[in-house]
Design a protein around this ligand. Structure first.
Ligand SMILES: C[C@H](CNC(=O)c1ccc(S(N)(=O)=O)cc1)Cn1ccc2ccccc21
Ligand SMILES: [Zn+2]
Length: 260
């Protein structure tokens, strides 16, 4: 069976039983309160070098839909901002809500967005593998982008058009040549803080960089994410994949910094 999920029996409120770090001092997501964030003029801009980026495949891992990248060299990296060196793009995935309720993980002054995109990078300068970096306090950097409903997003269809091929947990499809730069808002002003993976094993290894401006996607495009299911093709009950988000966690004295 599932070691963890988002249901009543296996959801975020019971994760601490198998993953005690769930009650740790640098857990994610958090509620970001803009006026309490400290503006740090030393925080430079985020720089994304995704031009030679190479997506390989898209998969349903039973928790989200994930686009994986070739990460055997530094062809797609994020640097600058709070980061001491370049971090290599490994994958991106989404978290979203049900039909009318919101589904972002981070919230802003208590408000949540319809969905949140996570671009996951790892510190290949200091660590040999993603798995090793995932357990180190400076191992990962995740760029978070909020999704708000409104007009159609002109590039998101590249992903939503293939979601039917990864409906079930464990399904994988070739997905080459997608550059996620097309999913970013024009301004990359951000908040940053030290946190964790938002799903088990909840390792406290993430430098979070949350972009302030959301991208706009249509309700129709978002609805296609909800045609995915948490369950495998062989399982009898089909549980629609939605509300796959962890609620905000205690700040525990952490500082949130803001770029200009
Ligand atoms: C961490 C890794 C599985 N999890 C993730 O890669 C991951 C990435 C990003 C997020 S988020 N939503 O915060 O952006 C969450 C999870 C596998 N893995 C590697 C070693 C390892 C050991 C035990 C269990 C799983 C293990
Ligand atoms: Zn995530």
């Amino acid at each position: 069976g599932n070691p963890w999920g988002y249901g009543k029996q296996d959801g975020p409120s019971v994760w601490h039983k198998n993953y005690p770090v769930a009650e740790g001092d640098r857990q994610s997501p958090i509620d970001i309160v803009p006026h309490q964030a400290s503006h740090d003029p030393s925080l430079g801009p985020i720089v994304l070098n995704y031009d030679k980026c190479t997506s390989i495949k898209i998969a349903n891992n039973g928790h989200s839909v994930v686009v994986e990248f070739e990460d055997s060299d530094d062809r797609s990296v994020i640097q600058g901002g709070p980061l001491g060196n370049p971090y290599r793009l490994k994958q991106f995935h989404f978290h979203w809500g049900g039909k009318d309720c919101h589904g972002s993980e981070h919230t802003v002054a208590g408000n949540s967005y319809a969905s949140e995109l996570h671009l996951v990078h790892w510190n290949a300068v200091k660590y040999k593998t993603f798995e090793e970096a995932a357990t180190a306090p400076d191992g990962l950097a995740v760029l978070g982008i909020f999704l708000e409903t409104g007009d159609n997003h002109r590039w998101l269809h590249t992903i939503t058009d293939v979601l039917y091929t990864v409906k079930f947990k464990g399904s994988v499809t070739d997905f080459k040549g997608f550059n996620p730069k097309c999913l970013l808002p024009s301004s990359l002003h951000y908040w940053t803080y030290l946190g964790s993976l938002t799903t088990p094993p909840l390792y406290e290894s993430v430098t979070w960089i949350i972009v302030k401006d959301p991208i706009i996607v249509s309700e129709k495009q978002l609805g296609k994410f909800r045609t995915l299911v948490f369950t495998g093709e062989e399982e009898d009950q089909r549980t629609r994949m939605e509300n796959n988000f962890r609620p905000p966690q205690p700040l525990k004295g952490r500082k949130v910094r803001s770029s200009n």
